[in-house]
Write a protein that binds this ligand. Structure first.
Ligand code: ATP
Ligand code: MG
Length: 433
């Protein structure tokens, strides 16, 4: 019998192990081989870094011809300070053990600084494209956004939840819902965790969730996916939606600080400029329309309007702008109507560099008010019986928001297409890989 005690686990390569003269063994992929005449550069790609190694037949006991790009190996060498190399060090190879050899050349330029291929080729060979360090950096940044989100919210008394994605009714309305058969009856893929996160406010006061969201968007836009990662939170005992906006502002500041502290390699590689999150300006929908000299749509900002508004505030020093008090008619039935003007909702969007990344607001918490609003919107309260139970049995005043992870990453890195911020994007043409 064997016992597994966990203490013999192997450590990954980190930059801390780079000291002039140290002997280093690491597992890596052969990212690129660059013959230089008397010697060769062998770029070694680990899960996060690309370390420069040098090969000469005199110093290395193995033959370079055993290696090709894409091979996986365990390499040993001596670390040497080298100002021109990534991270200021290189590895003088003394030996390696080949672990596996590919049978084909990469179909994309994995070792180029940027892939430089079309988005179609990128998605077709996604498993290869992601090996490009610039391409994969987006997903380390995404990790940092989620970790910053989680740390901040947990420090502020929120509980992490995971709620069903197979549901009986859509929360957001509209036609963009996936319908499927569920043991002989109709079911839907969750368009948001809205009902469940509200339900959990009555249980935990403050909750958050990082989980997939499904939208059956048929259009092929650069800002929509059919499956995206929603960063949602919902909080009880608020006075107004401004409490939610205050929380989001502090949250964004914490996420940016987290990225600055832990993701320097990726920020440097991608040239991403982190926004400074000071006080975020907030305008009403009507003010926004006036600032941009008239909008295209009576009820919402369309993508071109968002860009114009983003530019307006960027010129005035903010990468972010809140837009509040949208016409209630186009906001979901759970949005609270404004007391001052019931034609508008206590609901807001947050734009980041000219793109909506959040919708949030205060929700109705009173049973009668919710039933009345459903009726006004031609919805049958009987179809929402289990959701209405939460109000029937009492709810505190509450509100929350949903932030799209891929949109945040796309804007942070200035990516032209949201698909590059999704590991395996789902759109109308892609269900594989
Ligand atoms: P849009 O108007 O841009 O289509 P929306 O208003 O329909 O978005 P919401 O229901 O407000 O989207 O969703 C909350 C957040 O989730 C959005 O602000 C955005 O960050 C993200 N999001 C929504 N739909 C998508 C999608 N199809 N793909 C990627 N992210 C999305
Ligand atoms: Mg929205």
């Amino acid at each position: 019998m064997k016992t597994i005690d966990g203490s013999r686990r192997t450590a990954p390569f980190t930059l801390d192990s780079l000291h002039d003269g140290a002997t280093l063994t690491l597992s890596a992929c052969v990212h690129k081989i660059k013959p230089m005449g008397a010697f060769a550069f062998v770029m070694l790609r680990t899960g996060r870094y690309v370390l420069q190694a040098t090969y000469t037949p005199e110093t290395c006991e193995n033959d370079l011809s055993a290696l090709r790009e894409g091979a996986y190996l365990t390499a040993t060498g001596v670390v040497r300070a080298e100002a021109r190399a990534n991270y200021g060090f290189e590895l003088v190879l003394t030996g390696f053990t080949l672990l596996s050899q590919p049978v084909a050349d990469y179909p994309l330029h994995v070792s180029a600084r940027k892939l430089g291929c079309s988005i179609d080729a990128n998605l077709k060979y996604r498993s290869v494209a992601l090996r490009n360090p610039h391409e994969r950096a987006a997903f380390k940044i995404a990790e940092g956004v989620c970790e910053g989100f989680r740390r901040f919210l947990m420090a502020n008394g929120f509980t992490e939840i995971h709620t069903p994605k197979l549901t009986a009714a859509g929360a957001e309305g509209g036609a963009n819902i996936f319908k499927l058969k569920y043991f002989g009856r109709d079911a839907f893929l969750a368009q948001s965790p809205q009902f469940y996160k509200q339900t959990c406010v009555a249980v935990f006061d403050r909750v958050f969730e990082i989980d997939p969201v499904y939208r059956a968007e048929k259009h092929n836009s650069t800002r929509h996916l059919n499956e995206y990662t929603g960063l949602d939170f919902e909080m009880g005992y608020i006075d107004s939606m401004y409490d939610v906006m205050e929380m989001e502002t502090a949250l964004l500041r914490a996420i940016v600080d987290h990225l600055a502290a832990y993701y320097e390699p990726e920020l440097k590689l991608t040239g991403a400029v982190l926004p400074s999150v000071g006080e975020i300006p907030s305008v009403t929908f009507l003010e926004a329309i006036e600032l941009i000299g008239g909008g295209k749509n009576k009820h919402d900002l369309d993508p071109a309007d968002e860009v114009k508004l983003g530019d307006y505030f960027r010129e005035r020093g903010s990468d972010f702008v809140f837009v509040t008090h949208f016409p209630a008619a186009k906001r979901p039935f759970y949005a609270m109507d404004s007391v001052d003007d019931p034609r508008t909702a206590e609901s807001f969007d947050l734009l980041f560099r000219g793109l909506e990344i959040t919708t949030g607001g205060q929700r109705i918490h009173d049973y009668e008010q919710q039933v009345a609003k459903m009726r006004r919107m031609n919805l049958n309260p009987d179809d929402f019986a289990s959701y209405l139970d939460i109000f029937k049995y009492g709810m505190p005043p509450h509100g929350g928001l949903g932030l799209g992870l891929e949109r945040v990453v796309m804007q942070l890195l200035g990516l032209p297409n949201i698909r590059q911020a999704s590991l395996f994007p789902r759109d109308i043409n892609h269900l594989e890989p």
